[in-house]
Design a protein around this ligand. Structure first.
Ligand code: SF4
Length: 471
């Protein structure tokens, strides 16, 4: 049994020929499975009292937490944006937000107890570097008083290259941050203009150089393909520019144009968006170019240099997945602070209210700012186990699932196993004696395989069109 529980490493050094026909067939919307069930399943029957009780179950827990803080401010809007943010140049707005964060930390710690160990801190947004040094220092001091950040804790911050310089990075390093994620998206001037986000290759190159000199343990660059005015040729130039900058990791997302849901996207002229064939060409070229430049394809939208910890974890079958994507840290509980932030404690998800005024008002009134959430039942826990086994380790070992959940795998998942046949036919999945294994080819479409086990996708409320595309 022990041998059966060891993960099968997925090797992805060689980019398989994905083939246009296959890419077209797989080009459907699907969840990214940063959680299961996915956040669209959260509901507002979830109450503040329920979350209050869940937080209390962590009292005295010694297993390290992850902490996420959502900084919702941006100085200007990027037209592709689907994030929860407040666009403002009035920097005085961050003071009341910080007061609210302090109140939220106090309420959370009142339930869980103070000084719980923390193995991972992530500041996201919005734009965390909207905050001044003094505000960032105050935020860290609030967290330091309430939680016990472990000496080896990862401290990551998302950085808008337009808002920082080398000196600012030095101050972030002095505050203890050791991981930087730069939003780049595309270097082509006409694409940058069309999405209202202009920044030069040189400025990003200087920042990456500075980050390396300052000893940051990991740098990441975010890219998006499928943006207005992008062509396969222009995006190839961007990818070559990024590989020349040599960040440790790259996240490359497919743009999901959903203007009915995300207002800034209404500023994008649909006629300037690349067609499906060009998107596929961009994806294929990027997979090849990153592979040639020594990056491993980690899965979904992530690449990492072959010696990076994420690539090592991927090869060893030790990837984990949380709301920030793939990580080397085991699941554990996540306490997320700030408007729209999603926490996960044991078998419960809880999302904070999204609108900043409502978030601040709840905390001023001394209430946890809970908007919606979800309590997993036994079937959800079983399916989460299977979905994450597919997404993180690229395999399903029925005997392990049966031992953990007390089911007969073949009987319980008979319809799902029948649906896996098409992935076998396409050589994306193979059946060994004791397990199902995602092949190198299948790894490029791993969320489509995971979708076969998503019970909620089949029910009326789930509208697949709201998800980004698998390709
Ligand atoms: S993409 Fe990032 S920086 Fe741009 S508006 Fe959205 S949250 Fe702000």
């Amino acid at each position: 049994m022990l041998a059966a529980m060891q993960a099968t490493p997925v090797t992805t050094h060689v980019v398989p020929d994905l083939g246009e026909a296959l890419l077209r067939r797989m080009d459907t919307p699907g969840p990214r499975y940063t959680s299961y069930p996915t956040a669209d399943r959260f509901h507002d029957h979830w109450s503040r009292d329920a979350w209050d009780a869940v937080l209390r179950t962590r009292r005295g827990a010694r297993e390290p937490l992850s902490l996420y803080v959502h900084v919702p401010f941006c100085e200007s809007v990027c037209f592709y944006c689907a994030c929860n943010k407040v666009v403002t140049r009035r920097h005085e707005r961050s003071g009341p937000w910080l007061d609210a964060i302090e109140r939220e930390v106090a309420l959370v710690c009142d339930r869980m107890g103070t000084l719980q160990p923390v193995g991972q801190l992530h500041l996201g947004g919005g734009t965390p570097t909207f905050l001044s040094d003094a505000e960032l220092a105050r935020l860290l001091s609030i967290l330091d008083r309430a939680f016990a950040l472990q000496p080896d804790a990862e401290r990551a911050v998302e950085v808008d290259p337009r808002t920082v310089d080398g000196e600012r990075l030095a101050r972030l390093a002095a505050m203890g941050f050791d991981r930087l994620s730069f939003g780049v998206q595309d270097f082509d001037p006409s694409v940058q203009k069309a999405v209202h986000r202009e920044q030069s290759v040189e400025s990003v190159a200087e920042l990456l150089d500075a980050a390396r000199r300052l000893g940051f343990r990991s740098t990441n660059v975010d890219l998006i393909y499928g943006l207005p005015h992008q062509t396969p040729a222009s995006f190839e130039r961007t990818v070559r520019q990024v590989t020349a900058l040599a960040p440790d990791r790259v996240a490359m997302y497919g743009y999901a144009h959903l203007p009915s849901r995300f207002k800034p996207q209404r500023s994008i002229d649909e006629a300037t968006l690349p067609q499906a064939a060009d998107r596929l060409a961009m994806l294929q070229a990027a997979l090849r170019l990153f592979g040639d430049a020594g990056y491993d394809y980690i899965g979904m939208d992530h690449f990492a240099k072959h010696d990076d910890r994420l690539a090592q974890a991927h090869r060893a079958g030790r990837l984990h997945r949380n709301f920030q994507g793939y990580t080397t840290r085991p699941g554990g509980d996540l306490v997320a602070l700030g408007p729209s932030a999603i926490s996960q404690v044991a078998d419960h998800y809880s999302q904070n209210t999204k609108a900043l005024p409502d978030y601040e008002a709840a905390l001023t009134a001394g209430r946890l700012p809970v908007e919606r959430g979800y309590a997993l039942n036994a079937e959800d826990r079983l399916r989460r186990d299977v979905v994450m086994a597919v997404m993180c380790r690229g395999e399903i070992v029925p005997a392990d699932i049966e031992a953990r959940h007390g089911i007969d795998f073949a009987r319980h998942f008979a319809p799902e196993l029948a649906a896996l046949g098409r992935f076998e036919d396409d050589a994306m999945l193979v059946r060994d004696a004791d397990r199902w294994r995602v092949t190198d080819l299948g790894w490029y479409f791993v969320r489509a395989i995971a979708m076969a086990f998503d019970q909620h996708l089949r029910t009326a409320r789930a509208a697949p069109a709201q998800f980004s595309r698998v390709v």
